[in-house]
Ligand binder design. Structure first.
Ligand SMILES: NC(=O)c1ccc[n+]([C@@H]2O[C@H](COP(=O)([O-])OP(=O)(O)OC[C@H]3O[C@@H](n4cnc5c(N)ncnc54)[C@H](OP(=O)(O)O)[C@@H]3O)[C@@H](O)[C@H]2O)c1
Length: 257
């Protein structure tokens, strides 16, 4: 009898994560999804607003759900783009700007690190998952973590923080113990991009760039981005080894140098 292989993840309700969960389901993986809204693909749903502090963590519920399961990996697909422009004069707008930076830091970095540190013992327990490959932890990073496009510097700061956390993890664990992966999916036409176009000033460089990519049909679909990520995580295992602790550009199938 084949062993059930489990993936734990966030951000499966929309965008790239939703499409990835669909592919995982099609390939017979079982899914534990932590988030605010269900996707249609999870086998276990643990409600958690990633903005909540660790003291409110649903860890007892999560640990009951994953105890004894063969966990293949964890992937943090959840993420937000903070407000991009700060008002120099309006105190209320300034306050909202910095609140949005703090929330982005929590969702894009702290919540990911907190979940990983909590579930590490379960992932490392080596419950036979029938896989030849080492277990992995991964997050959807961004090129902005290392080389931000104008206006994406502070969003990039949240992704840099998480990238450095993954680098630190890769020093704690060798590739064949726990493969630590930061994945830039490319520029992908999801709600995140649409919201920047509709909520931010049309004068911003990034808004112009997003519109240009869409007009030229050069922006990835969430389905195409998810297929690249699936290939990297589950098929192209050699690439996984070389990406341990580094930033992997899944749209170009190469490690960032
Ligand atoms: N799109 C791009 O071009 C691009 C490029 C580079 C990197 N990325 C990264 O890829 C990841 C996915 O992006 P996307 O474009 O697919 O974004 P998206 O369509 O906006 O989806 C964001 C996901 O994050 C979840 N999320 C946000 N806030 C949450 C919270 N407080 N608690 C729980 N879940 C929360 C959302 O769940 P709800 O439905 O509950 O809101 C949703 O599932 C992000 O980390 C993003 O930074 C995207």
């Amino acid at each position: 009898m084949s062993v059930e292989k489990w993936i734990i993840g966030t951000g499966f309700s929309r965008g790239i994560g939703y499409e990835l969960a669909k592919i995982l389901k099609d390939n017979n993986y079982k899914i534990v999804h932590m988030g605010r809204k269900r996707s249609e693909f999870e086998d276990v749903f643990v409600w958690w607003d990633l903005l909540n502090p660790i003291s409110d963590s649903p860890f007892p519920e999560l640990s009951k759900s994953i105890y004894g399961k063969a966990i293949v990996g964890f992937i943090h697909c959840a993420g937000v783009m903070p407000i991009l422009q700060v008002s120099e004069t309006n105190r209320m707008e300034k306050h909202l700007f910095w609140q949005s930076q703090a929330e982005a830091m929590r969702i894009n970095y702290f919540s990911c690190a907190e979940i990983i540190e909590d579930i590490l013992p379960f992932i490392m327990s080596h419950t036979d998952n029938g896989s030849q490959n080492p277990p992995f932890v991964a997050h959807l990073s961004s090129l902005s973590a290392v080389d931000p496009f104008p206006n994406l510097e502070l969003y990039g700061a949240t992704k840099s923080a998480c990238l450095l956390y993954f680098k630190w993890l890769s020093y704690r664990f060798a590739f064949d113990e726990l493969n630590c992966l930061s994945i830039h999916p490319g520029t992908v036409h999801t709600d995140m991009v649409s919201n920047v176009i509709s909520n931010e000033s049309s004068d911003l460089e990034v808004v112009k760039k997003y519109k240009e990519l869409i007009n030229n049909n050069e922006m990835l679909t969430p389905q195409a981005a998810a297929e690249n990520i699936y290939k990297f995580l589950f098929i192209d295992i050699k690439a996984r080894e070389s990406a341990h602790g580094k930033l992997y550009l899944s749209d170009k199938a190469t490690v960032y140098k």
